[in-house]
Structure formats: structure tokens, C-alpha cells
Write a protein of this length. Structure first.
Length: 256
């Protein structure tokens, strides 16, 4: 890659990997909390609804936390049937209150069986040494309890070749760490080098415009391709360039 592209990516990373980025991004939802378990639950649920208009995602994420009494980990563990029924009025696009209730019950089972989301992801990564395998194992375990089949569409399947953008974004939040204060870095048993880029329509188009991606479909093979290229820039922390690809799309000074 030429030096001008590297300079652009580095400049945009520096510009957007800052605390000022948080307020308008879905990561602001888990940033409401200081407890790791609260951040895991809030982050996972916020990432689950992270498609469409960014402002609407953030509003819905905060509304979801209020519906969970602003105590998401406790709500997952202890909410009564009556409290769960009160979630019926929640909706974000096609993710409705029934989906939210089924997701919370799936999280409850994971918490009881493994000790939480982080414990599951870290232990499975250590056992497999493969983040793709960990993503596949997570989806199977998550839906091992009773649930409405319709809610399965809200958790992408890597086994079916999906890009798994929202799961990759959630993992970025939980695994990445630096001195910038945006990502949390709670899951130390998963190396940052193992992460994959959260790829969606926007980052896919930007990646192609920059020459980082040739595959036309935004699927898991494209995720592997663009992440491999980003690893040539930073093998230890390739997914920090997620900030740069986001920045290209909104920065009038960035010329692709």
C-alpha cells in the first residue's frame, strides 16, 4: 500500500478514535455503565440493533436500557415474568419486544452456564484459537434455549457466510484497548490481532474505493480479505482502522 493511503488511514484513526466519538455512536450505550457485566449486556444488545440510521440506533439503545431499569446485567439475571412482559412495547425497526425478551432469556442462560458473555467468548477462543469458530459456537449456544424462530434473524450466522458486522463490532468494543477511551478492552484473553473488521455496506464501499477490498459481496470472505489487508498496516491491532473507514464517509476533508 502506498504511503498516502497509510497516512490517510492513520490521520482518520487519530481523528475519530477519541472520546468525542462516543456520544453519537452506539458504543455510547454501554458507556453509560462502569461495571463490566453491564457493559457486556448493554454492548451486545446495542450492537444487535445497530443497523439503519445511526441516531435512531443510539436513541433506541438508550431507550432499551431504560426499559431494563438502567441495570442490564441485573435485569438479565433477575427480571420477573411481569418485568419481561413490560418489554413488549419496545421496537427498533424489525427488532421487537418479543425478540428482546428472547434475547434476554438467552443471555440469562449463558450467564448461568458460563458466567457471562465475556467468560463464554474468552473461554471459547482459548479452546479453539479461532474467532470465526468462536462466533459459530456462540450462535449455536445462544439459541440452544427456547425462543421464537423469528428472533434468529437478528444474530448473523457465520456458518451461512454472513459478514457478522454487529458481532464483530461488539467484539471490537470488548477486546480492543488503547489510551483513547473509546473501546473498553475488558476481554484480555482474546488478542486484538484476532479481531475482524465490522463490515457493512458503507465500510465495504469505502474499502473498495481505497483499494482495500476487491470482493463485491459483503460477506465473511470479504471480511477476511479486508482484514488481511489491514493487518499489513498493523498486525497487532488491525481493527482500529474501523475508525478510519468510518471517517472517510463523513469527513469532507478526506479525499478517496
Amino acid at each position: 500500500m502506498d504511503d498516502s493511503l497509510r497516512d490517510l488511514l492513520e490521520r482518520l484513526c487519530d481523528r475519530y478514535n477519541r472520546p468525542e466519538f462516543i456520544g453519537d455512536d452506539p458504543i455510547s450505550v454501554p458507556h453509560r455503565f462502569t461495571d463490566r457485566a453491564d457493559r457486556e449486556v448493554a454492548g451486545f444488545l446495542a450492537a444487535t440493533i445497530a443497523w439503519g440510521n445511526r441516531k435512531a440506533i443510539v436513541r433506541s439503545g438508550h431507550r432499551m436500557m431504560r426499559a431494563m431499569d438502567d441495570a442490564p446485567a441485573d435485569f438479565v439475571r433477575n427480571a420477573s415474568d411481569r418485568e419481561l412482559a413490560l418489554l413488549d412495547s419496545f421496537a427498533h425497526r424489525t427488532f421487537n419486544g418479543g425478540d428482546l425478551r428472547d434475547f434476554i432469556l438467552a443471555l440469562r442462560r449463558l450467564d448461568a452456564k458460563f458466567g457471562g458473555l465475556g467468560a463464554f467468548f474468552e473461554s471459547r477462543y482459548e479452546a479453539t484459537g479461532s474467532l470465526p469458530q468462536t462466533l459459530a459456537d456462540f450462535r449455536r449456544e445462544f439459541f440452544a434455549c427456547d425462543h421464537a424462530p423469528r428472533c434468529e434473524k437478528h444474530l448473523s450466522s457465520i456458518d451461512k457466510g454472513a459478514a457478522c458486522k454487529r458481532l464483530c463490532m461488539f467484539l471490537r468494543w470488548m477486546v480492543r484497548r488503547d489510551d483513547r477511551g473509546v473501546d473498553f478492552g475488558h476481554w484480555r484473553r482474546i488478542p486484538m490481532s484476532a479481531l475482524y473488521l465490522p463490515l457493512d455496506v458503507h465500510t465495504g464501499e469505502t474499502g473498495r474505493a481505497l483499494g482495500l477490498l476487491t470482493r463485491r459481496q459483503n460477506d465473511w470472505r470479504a471480511v477476511e480479505e479486508i482484514t488481511a489487508v489491514l493487518r499489513t498496516f498493523d498486525c497487532d491491532d488491525p481493527v482500529r482502522f474501523d475508525f478510519a473507514l468510518f471517517g472517510v464517509g463523513i469527513d469532507p476533508a478526506a479525499h478517496v
